[in-house]
Design a protein around this ligand. Structure first.
Ligand SMILES: [Zn+2]
Ligand SMILES: [Zn+2]
Length: 191
């Protein structure tokens, strides 16, 4: 999936694999590639803060985490910078890796479900998919500086909000443009 997944990996070796055991982790993930949607994202070099609580359960490790980050982008109407604070809670169950023989006997229909399952990779838990999903889902595809942003005048590119109410560009009809040209030449006739 990602070319640089290591930064999202959490080593859980300190968490005893006994149901009911619990451990808390605070992570600052400095991004090597942006996380978000096309027009607004947590940018490269920015930090995603993760306050995670891991709990050993019979079938794996349950992750509960609060995710904080700030996404930045541009208003699609006026191109002003837009900033969105992300503060989301996620909860995911990471299953212990299944032994190959168990997988072999599993009915074929289960394969679809297995694709979506999060698995422990030994002691490691890859947080990328749930973090990426929760951030992407909390960002708008069409970011706006405000819901009633009026955007820009298409003629001059100035923000409508900064222009007088009667702002308009005269559209000069071709016939009148000719007359305007004659008027400019008029002084020459006098000489
Ligand atoms: Zn705007
Ligand atoms: Zn204008």
């Amino acid at each position: 999936m990602s070319r640089l997944p290591e930064i999202f990996k959490l080593n859980t070796f300190e968490l005893p694999r006994r149901a009911g055991e619990m451990k808390e982790y605070e992570l600052d993930i400095e991004l090597l590639e942006k996380v978000g949607v096309e027009l607004i994202a947590v940018q490269v070099g920015e930090i995603i803060e993760v306050d995670a609580r891991l709990e050993s359960v019979t079938e794996g490790v349950l992750l509960s985490a609060q995710i904080y980050a700030v996404a930045t982008g541009e208003c699609i109407r006026c191109l002003d910078p837009v900033e969105i604070e992300i503060d989301k809670r996620i909860q995911e169950l990471y299953l212990y890796e299944q032994k190959p023989e168990r997988k072999k006997h599993a009915p074929v229909v289960d394969d679809l479900d297995i694709e979506d399952e999060l698995l422990m990779d030994g002691d490691f838990m890859d947080l990328e998919v749930p973090i990426r999903d929760s951030i992407c889902l909390s960002l708008p595809n069409n970011p706006l500086c405000s819901d009633d942003c009026l955007g820009l005048c298409p003629e001059c590119g100035v923000k409508w909000a900064e222009l007088p109410q009667d702002h308009a560009h005269e559209v000069i009809d071709a016939r009148w443009a000719d007359l305007a040209g004659l008027a400019e030449e008029a002084p020459d006739f006098k000489n």
